[in-house]
Design a protein around this ligand. Sequence first.
Ligand SMILES: Cc1ncc(COP(=O)(O)O)c(C=O)c1O
Length: 328
Amino acid sequence: MTFEFPHRIPLAQLPTPIEKLEVLTKSLEGPQIYLKRDDYTGVGLTGNKVRKLEFLLAQAIADGCDHVITCGGYQSNHARTTAVAAAKLGLKCHLVLRDGPTVPLEGNLFLSRLFGAEIEYVTPEQYMQVDEIINGVALDIESDGGKAFSIPEGGSNEIGVMGYVKAAEEIVQQLGNMDLPIHHIVVPVGSGGTYAGLLLGKYIFDLPGQVHGINVCDDKAFFVHKTQSILEKANKRYGLGLKVSKIELSIIDGYVGKGYGLSSQSEIDIIKEVARKEGVILDPVYTGKAMLGLVDQVRKGAFKKDENVLFIHTGGVFGLFPKRSLFF
Ligand SMILES: Cc1ncc(COP(=O)(O)O)c(C=O)c1O
């Protein structure tokens, strides 16, 4: 179908490469595992969130906003990426972060401060009403003569989702140039926007292969509902004519481990293994759990030996440093 993207401000280093994980593929004895290096989207801007922010911040500027507000855990990659992108675009960034203010100032949190974000720390109980807190911050900004654009957790709404529709277009072009058939795409799922975007990309750009999401928090039922909700809203906003209930979702549950942001020994081990065998840095919150899930699925025979699997490396490197004591 023909599709016209909404306005976008280029922020990410694109296209990101697709590379084969030779050693891992060999040690698992197939399928062939490829990596889409979305950890290469930038240094401060590393990871999947910048693709969403290209569309979200374009909308913020189109709406005449001079402030941007978002939220997340205190080590949120999305919060850090928003702080960096806002600094680049001359927007004032406000973050509502769960936990703190006694949490160590390191990793993503350190960078959010470095890039000038104003941070409000709230307890996990207060965070349950984060939308109201964000509305309050927006009202304060307004009463001071500013205008705020609010972004939900993870940037996962009908605007942010466009980042991964655009990524799907990019992947289709790359696979064509590489003459590489892909049978499965595997992506970590934290707030659902990346997964939903790839599914939309399948519909709009014929992204090949089945798209599987591995959830790193909550459960399958939660993300089926969340993904469908994002797809419905995108369907309506862009007039896509999509039958959302007909879209086949594949959320592979079972790899949340000890819980969101908590690491098990097998997750730490896979991060070490991929670092040492492939020279690739995974992160403990998203890509480490999802890679463990992928390897486990391969061992259980979920993919055929002669198939090609593309794992989306969604970044998260700065989340590794606060966890360093778990490694050695
Ligand atoms: C590094 C990283 N990978 C994956 C995800 C999951 O992406 P999404 O929130 O779009 O599901 C996130 C954010 O939640 C992230 O920061």
